[in-house]
Write a protein that binds this ligand. Structure first.
Ligand SMILES: NC(=O)c1ccc[n+]([C@@H]2O[C@H](COP(=O)([O-])OP(=O)(O)OC[C@H]3O[C@@H](n4cnc5c(N)ncnc54)[C@H](OP(=O)(O)O)[C@@H]3O)[C@@H](O)[C@H]2O)c1
Length: 350
């Protein structure tokens, strides 16, 4: 390990979020990527797996290894595996002293929710209470000092950041929340096949997994954890013909007298000084394209007095603030470092 640098392991380095972790960590001055794990891609170099990372110096020629070999090789382990794959693996790594940040949903919910929403019985339920929900803007104090971090889902990140301050302030009715989500095809991962091919997606917008998407209980739990107020969320996700980007449009009954100005002020106050939250002025519209490649969430609030509805729109890059960027933010926060290290805030446009 290079002097003074934290050794990092990435499980699922051949996937989309794993590749994004490597891209961002290549510019992190406090870390050294010491282990890259995969399954079918074992034996390939990182550049063979991700040709866009061919310029990443020694990282480009690093060879992918079986994920089990990570034990004892890294002080921080990012698990970017499919749901269910890290639930049994992470506790052993934490016990050996690693900080584990799980990008899947394996530590985000209570044990009783797993059969219904993820389709498996959790193999390590005693670890669920020890995991910290890694949304640093809301749970930064808990993330500091954490050993096991449940990195939030992309839709959940956007919806919770937009709604929690409004629920906490009593500006919306927490029992009336409806979330409409849009995602590009990269949200389904590199291995996704038919429904996300160009042929199936181009010129098409369609809902999926209604009303059973696994981010539904995560949104309810995250808002309640942040505010103490129980919520009921109906969530309808859609696949749109884009590659990156998640946009959530959340609707809830507004408190009497709530205006676009008061909703916007509430969000701006809650996130004052937070480097990755951009609250838009009244009238400006959130846009996934502006946050592409960045760790930024754009938030936009609107009150519609005619229908008594509050609308809050949130845009993130699903692979950055919705996954790898937020995971690195958690890695920075856990030991009390500057949360912004290696995380872009300037987008590419157009
Ligand atoms: N994509 C997103 O926008 C996004 C956002 C937030 C969270 N997440 C979550 O992050 C995780 C990774 O997502 P992704 O989009 O990066 O997926 P992905 O592109 O499909 O990559 C999955 C990775 O896991 C490896 N893998 C697959 N099955 C495995 C198994 N049984 N055991 C060990 N390794 C296995 C793959 O290795 P090989 O290719 O070598 O087989 C690959 O490196 C998922 O849990 C996902 O829900 C994704």
């Amino acid at each position: 390990m290079a002097q003074g640098r934290v050794s990092v392991g990435i499980l699922g380095a051949s996937g989309y979020t794993g590749g994004e972790l490597v891209r961002l960590l290549a510019a992190h001055p406090g870390t050294e990527v010491a282990f890259l794990g995969a399954r079918d891609s074992v034996g390939k170099t990182m550049a063979e797996s991700h040709p866009h990372l061919a310029g990443a110096g020694g990282l480009a020629s690093a060879v992918l290894e079986p994920i089990e070999d990570v034990a004892g090789r890294a002080e921080v382990v990012f698990s970017a595996l499919p749901h269910g794959a890290s639930a049994a693996l992470a506790p052993g790594l934490v016990e050996r002293g690693a900080l584990v940040i799980d990008l899947a949903g394996d530590f985000r919910l209570a044990a009783s929710a797993y059969p219904e929403w993820y389709g498996f019985d959790h193999p390590a339920p005693e670890w669920l209470d020890k995991a910290v929900y890694g949304l640093p803007e809301l749970f930064g104090e808990q993330v500091a000092g954490a050993r096991l971090v449940a990195n939030p889902g992309c839709y959940a990140t956007a919806a919770i950041l937009g709604l929690a301050p409004l629920v906490a302030a009593g500006l919306v009715d927490a029992g009336s929340i409806r979330v409409d989500g849009k995602t590009g095809t990269s949200g389904a991962g590199r291995g996704a096949m038919d429904p996300t091919t160009y042929s199936a997606t181009e010129d098409s917008v369609r809902p999926y997994r209604v009303p059973r998407h696994q981010h539904t209980p995560e949104m309810e739990r995250g808002i309640e954890l942040a505010t103490g107020v129980p919520t009921s969320v109906l969530f309808v996700p859609h696949l749109v013909p884009a590659v990156r980007g998640v946009l959530t449009t959340s609707y809830a009954s507004a408190a009497a007298g709530a205006t676009t100005g008061s909703l916007t002020e509430c969000l701006a106050g809650a996130y004052s000084g937070r480097p990755f939250v951009r609250v838009l002025a009244p009238g400006a519209m959130a846009d996934t394209k502006r946050v592409r490649g960045t760790n930024v969430v754009e938030l936009q609030a609107v009150a519609d007095p005619r229908t008594g509805t509050a609308v809050v729109v949130a845009a993130v890059d699903n692979l950055v603030k919705g996954a790898a960027g937020q995971a690195i933010q958690n890695m920075n926060v856990a030991p009390g470092l500057d949360e912004t290290v290696a995380l872009p805030t300037l987008g590419m446009y157009p």
